[in-house]
Design a protein around this ligand. Structure first.
Ligand code: ADP
Length: 464
C-alpha cells in the first residue's frame, strides 16, 4: 500500500518536499565531505613527509658512518621499510649521477631515471615523479653529505591515495543509502503528516453539489491542519446558511409578489369586462399603477440589498449633520406616533457631524423608527438617543413594544423575513436587511437587543 502510494504520488507535495530536502541534504553532505577529504589528504601527506624526513636523516647518518653495505643491511633489517611501505632510497654523486638505488623492484612503474635531470639543492624541496599510469606520485626529498654526494628518500602516494579512494567509495555508498532512506522516510512522514489534508480532499470530493450538509471529521490534534478543518467546516456552514437564505428569499419573493400580481391581474380583468364603465376602467388603471409601483419598490429594495451585501452599493459620502437628519426623521414620524398614542423621547446633541450618505443613513434610521412605532402598542414609549462613543457615533432607538422571540433573532436580518406577530402589519420584511446592508457599507455595525413583551433596542454604530 505504501509502495503503491510512493509510485502513484511522485507529483505530490510530500514527495516534492522529501526530494528537495534529500537533495539539499546530499549537496551539503558533499560540501562537508569535500572539506573532510581535503583535511584528511593534507594530514596523510604530512604524515608521509615526516616519515620520509625521519628515514632520510637516519639513512644519511648510517651511510656517512658505515658506507653503502651498512645501508643495505639497515634496509633489509627494517622489515616494514622494505615490504609494507617501501621507501625509495637513492645515492647519487655530487653531479646527481646515480650511484645506487635500493629496493629498485618497487619502482618499476615510475620513471626514476628522470631523477638525474633534476638540479638538487639542500632546501628540503620535494621532487615529484609520476608513475606511468599517472595514478600515484613518488615524493622524493634530498640531502647532501659532507663528501658532496646526495642521499634521496621518497615514498609513493599509493597508500594515502588508496585510503582516500576507499573513503570516497564508503561516502558514496552511505550517501546513496541516506538519500534513499531520507526520501522514503520523508515520503512516509509526509504521508502521515498530510493524511488530514487528504481527508479534507476526499471529503470535499465526496460533497456533491447541493449536498453540503456533510462535515469533515476533525483530527483534534490542535495543529494547523486541525484549524484548517475547523475553518473548512465553518465555511461549509456559512455556505449552507447562505444557500438556505437564498432559497428562503426566493420563496418569499415569489410568495410576496404573487399577491400584488394576482390583484393586478384581477383589476385588469375587471376593467376589460364588456359592460364596465369608463370610471371603473380609469380607477382600475390607477390601482394597477399603484400596485406596479409597489412591486417595483420591492424589487428595487431587493437589488439594493444585494448591492450592499456584495459591497458594490453606491455610497455618496459627505460631511453631514446627523443631529439635524435625525430630528427631521423624528418630526416626520411624530404625527403617526401621536395617532398611535406612542410617546417619543429624544436626546440629540445640537450638532454632530459625520461622513455619511445622508439619504441612505436617513433610510436606516427611518426603517428602524418605523418598526419601533409599528410594533409598540398605545401608551408605549420610544427613546431616541444619539451620542459620540470613542471613535464612533451611536444611534440608539429603544421601544417598549412587543419585542422579538429569541429564536427569531438570527432571522431578523434576512430578506423578506417577517415575524409571525407582524404578518398583519404592512411591510415586506426588507427594512432591516437594507438597514444592515447600508450600515455595513459605511463600515458600521447595527445590533439589537430584545425581550418579548418588554421591548427592543436597536444600536447603530457608525465610525467617525
Ligand atoms: P418589516 O417590513 O416587516 O417591518 P423589517 O425587516 O423591518 O420588515 O423587520 C423584520 C421583522 O422584524 C418584522 O417583521 C418584525 O417581526 C421584526 N421587528 C423589527 N423591528 C421590530 C421591533 N422594534 N419590535 C418588534 N419586532 C420587530
Amino acid at each position: 500500500m505504501f509502495l503503491k502510494y510512493l509510485i502513484d504520488h511522485t507529483k505530490t507535495l510530500g514527495f516534492k518536499v522529501s526530494a528537495w530536502y534529500s537533495t539539499f541534504y546530499i549537496i551539503s553532505s558533499f560540501f562537508l565531505f569535500g572539506i573532510t577529504y581535503y583535511f584528511i589528504s593534507v594530514t596523510l601527506t604530512n604524515q608521509d613527509h615526516e616519515e620520509i624526513f625521519l628515514e632520510l636523516s637516519e639513512i644519511a647518518s648510517v651511510y656517512e658512518n658505515n658506507g653503502i653495505k651498512a645501508v643495505e643491511n639497515f634496509i633489509s633489517q627494517s622489515d616494514n621499510l622494505s615490504r609494507t611501505k617501501p621507501l625509495f632510497i637513492r645515492i647519487a654523486d655530487d653531479e646527481n649521477k646515480t650511484i645506487q638505488i635500493f629496493n629498485k623492484k618497487f619502482w618499476g612503474n615510475f620513471n626514476i631515471s628522470f631523477i638525474e635531470n633534476f638540479l638538487l639543492d639542500n632546501s628540503k624541496k620535494w621532487l615529484q615523479i609520476d608513475d606511468f599510469d599517472r595514478k600515484y606520485v613518488l615524493d622524493v626529498t634530498s640531502t647532501q653529505l659532507s663528501n658532496g654526494q646526495w642521499i634521496q628518500v621518497g615514498m609513493s602516494s599509493e597508500g594515502r591515495v588508496k585510503i582516500l579512494n576507499n573513503l570516497s567509495k564508503i561516502f558514496i555508498v552511505i550517501m546513496i543509502l541516506l538519500f534513499v532512506i531520507g526520501l522514503i522516510g520523508g515520503i512516509f512522514l509526509s504521508y502521515l503528516t498530510l493524511r488530514p489534508i487528504r481527508n479534507v480532499i476526499e471529503s470535499v470530493q465526496s460533497i456533491e453539489v447541493g449536498k453540503m450538509a456533510k462535515k469533515l471529521p476533525r483530527p483534534m490534534t490542535g495543529d494547523e491542519l486541525d484549524e484548517l478543518t475547523e475553518l473548512f467546516n465553518h465555511m461549509i456552514e456559512n455556505i449552507n446558511r447562505l444557500i438556505l437564505n437564498m432559497k428562503n428569499s426566493l420563496d418569499n419573493v415569489a410568495h410576496d409578489l404573487r399577491t400584488p400580481l394576482t390583484r393586478l391581474r384581477n383589476l385588469a380583468e375587471m376593467a376589460l369586462l364588456e359592460n364596465s364603465q369608463k370610471d371603473t376602467q380609469i380607477n382600475a388603471l390607477q390601482t394597477c399603477l399603484e400596485e406596479s409601483d409597489q412591486i417595483l419598490k420591492i424589487l428595487d429594495t431587493i437589488m439594493d440589498i444585494s448591492e450592499a451585501e456584495s459591497g458594490s452599493m453606491n455610497i455618496d459620502l459627505k460631511v453631514e449633520n446627523i443631529s439635524k437628519l435625525s430630528e427631521r426623521i423624528i418630526d416626520m414620524y411624530q404625527i403617526v406616533a401621536d395617532e398611535k398614542k406612542v410617546k417619543i423621547n429624544s436626546s440629540i446633541p445640537d450638532r454632530l457631524e459625520l461622513m455619511i450618505d445622508a439619504t441612505r443613513i436617513g433610510q436606516v434610521i427611518a426603517n428602524v423608527f418605523d418598526n419601533a412605532i409599528k410594533f409598540t402598542p398605545a401608551e408605549g414609549t420610544i427613546d431616541f438617543a444619539i451620542f459620540p462613543d470613542n471613535n464612533k457615533i451611536k444611534i440608539v432607538i429603544k421601544d417598549t413594544g412587543i419585542g422579538i422571540p429569541k429564536e427569531d433573532l438570527p432571522k431578523i436580518w434576512n430578506r423578506l423575513y417577517r415575524g409571525d406577530q407582524s404578518r398583519t402589519s404592512k411591510g415586506f420584511g426588507l427594512g432591516l436587511s437594507i438597514a444592515k446592508g447600508i450600515v455595513e457599507a459605511h463600515h458600521g455595525k447595527i445590533e439589537l437587543d430584545s425581550e418579548p413583551n418588554k421591548g427592543t433596542t436597536f444600536t447603530i454604530a457608525l465610525p467617525k
